[in-house]
Design a protein around this ligand. Sequence first.
Ligand code: SF4
Ligand code: SF4
Length: 101
Amino acid sequence: MNKPVWLKDYVMPTTKEEVPFGASNEAGFLVFKNAGFRSMKPSINTDVCIKCMMCWVYCPEGCIDKTGETLKIDYDYCKGCGICAKECPKQCISMVKEDEA
Ligand code: SF4
Ligand code: SF4
């Protein structure tokens, strides 16, 4: 099978400085979209968020976008693990049922 043109090769770090800290992928750069198994999804109360970025650091999918005024979650790639909600020091991330707003 030919490699898709958008698929990036993983470059093995040679020094500890090259090891990525936090999310190693920018939002929207993961290979596979959510497969539909997610039953809960995170919802950020941006009025309470202090932009400490703990959720961004711990998100294993790198799907929290910090480029805008407020944080946004790329639900195409969020797997609903809830780690961001667990790590948020302000408890401003709630896990809500998939079919809730
Ligand atoms: S961990 Fe909580 S307070 Fe910190 S940036 Fe994320 S949502 Fe905001
Ligand atoms: S639920 Fe998991 S995958 Fe989704 S944004 Fe939070 S930490 Fe990332």
